[in-house]
Design a protein around this ligand. Structure first.
Ligand code: ARG
Length: 457
């Protein structure tokens, strides 16, 4: 079979080289974008009188027919045509004859592939932003129900201070809010048209790049044709934003795994998001959050892979850049699937409020509040810290919690203690008293929830 670029060659391509240099195995995912870009290009060529209106009409009708036949399986891709661009061009020529060969006027695969990828990524970034919002909504719905549910707050994975469960969940809302912002920001730079840059230097034909850009929904065009065909920053930015988002998701996943362990029993994930063991009948494993935790490595790997491909690459197009695709597709698909599982998993998880309550009642996470109590009675904080440290040690040695100590025991440690000490010890009070802006006091959490809601479209 003759190559579209065969004129210069006297020998056939080595078969392994043909297979290994071809990208049709994966870039067929760009079929719709490629046809869309070609239709806009053909429309522009006729508007600029570079080709006739009749030729453009035939080409455009032919492209529609090719798309339909590819979709129905009537056209099968051929590895000898290397990539999606040349496969479609070959189908077009088969469909409408030699006039199909006019489509590639004033264009190169270099600006063509870049255009396809911009179209693909912008479209998917918008879809991903919606999935992020769906996940934020799931978090908000759970938070709404659990403003008064208390859970131990941890530092160093040691009980620190009790918090509202809503407050804990909302921390993830804000991480996702920043992730959303980074994705939205990346679109500003991704939504530019490289088409018309040609192979690298522009073209001798009187093309209208701005027209093509607006036909394709781009916000503008690249100012420099060499930059246009060499730039893969838009993919790197998307991958970096995705890596950070999945890092956040992996932290949340880890908490869900810990909370659903036998030792914690703070939540139970819905059966539909867990799997069993082939040998141990009692097992209900949190496979979904475990997988989400691991997907972070995969997405970060894709980012590092692409940066490594680009490092030291001279201008303009190099075949190295064909290696940008699989990582991009994989990141898009991984992020989409991850968010699609995460939102309903949060929605359906069962919160074991009684176990959380028992936990906050059986620990020393109210110790800071007793120190603060002595401070309000006039003792410098550092001295209060020392006194309470001794009280905690005393309580541990006597197998008691701070709420179980008697007034006499408190008085023995410091004369400033009075009956009202018992008012500040209860976990509900400990949380309610954290009234500083952004703190876990229920009133603050309610305000935070309102602000969070206003960030969703
Ligand atoms: N399949 C190629 C890629 O994905 C398209 C561009 C090829 N351009 C070229 N001059 N070989 O990068």
């Amino acid at each position: 079979m003759a190559k579209l670029w065969g004129g210069r060659f006297t020998k056939a391509t080595n078969q392994l080289v043909e297979e290994e240099t071809a990208s049709i195995g994966f870039d067929q995912k760009l079929m719709e974008q490629d046809i869309k870009g070609s239709i806009a290009h053909a429309t522009m060529l006729s508007k600029q009188e570079i080709i006739s209106e009749e030729d453009a009409e035939q080409i455009i009708n032919g492209l529609h027919a090719v798309k339909a036949k590819i979709s129905s399986g009537d056209y099968a891709y051929n590895v000898q045509n290397e990539d999606i661009h040349m496969n479609i061009e070959a189908f077009l020529i088969e469909e409408i004859g030699p006039v199909g060969g006019k489509l590639h006027t004033g264009r190169s695969r270099n600006d063509q592939v870049a255009t396809d990828m911009h179209l693909y990524l912008v479209e998917h970034t918008h879809a991903i932003i919606e999935l992020v919002e769906a996940t934020q909504t799931a978090i908000l719905n759970q938070a709404d129900k659990h403003i008064d549910t208390l859970i131990p707050g941890y530092t160093h994975l040691q009980r620190a201070q009790p918090v509202s469960f809503a407050h804990h969940l909302l921390a993830y809302f804000w991480m996702l809010e920043r992730d959303k912002g980074r994705l939205q920001d990346s679109v500003k730079r991704a939504n530019l048209s490289p088409l018309g840059a040609g192979a690298l230097a522009g073209t001798t034909f009187p093309i209208d790049r701005h027209f093509v850009a607006s036909e394709l929904g781009f916000d503008g065009v690249y100012e420099n044709s060499m930059d246009a065909v060499s730039d893969r920053d838009f993919i790197v930015e998307f991958m970096a934003a995705s890596s950070l988002m999945l890092t956040h998701i992996s932290r949340l996943s880890e908490e869900l795994i810990i909370w659903s362990s036998q030792e914690f029993q703070f939540i139970e994930l819905d059966d539909s998001f867990c799997t069993g063991s082939s040998i141990m009948p009692q097992k209900k494993n949190p496979d979904v959050p475990e997988l989400l935790r691991a997907k972070t490595g995969r997405v970060l790997g894709n980012l590092v892979g692409l940066l490594t491909v680009l490092k030291g690459l001279p201008l303009a197009y190099n075949k190295d850049m064909q290696e940008d695709k699989e990582g991009m597709f994989d990141t898009v698909e991984t992020v989409e699937a991850s968010l699609l599982m995460l939102a309903p998993m949060i929605d359906t998880m069962q919160v074991k409020t009684d176990n959380m309550k028992q936990a906050v009642n059986e620990d020393f996470s109210n110790a800071t509040d007793i120190a603060d109590y002595l401070v309000t009675k006039g003792l410098p904080f550092r001295e209060a810290h020392e006194v309470i440290g001794k009280i905690v040690l005393y309580a541990i040695n006597h197998k008691k919690f701070l709420l179980d100590l008697t007034m006499e025991e408190y008085k023995e440690h410091h004369t400033l203690f009075e009956d009202d000490i018992f008012d500040v010890l209860k976990p509900e009070q400990v949380v309610a008293n954290r009234t500083s802006y952004g703190g876990t006091g229920q009133e603050q959490v309610k305000k935070q929830l309102q602000i969070a809601k206003s960030h969703l479209s």
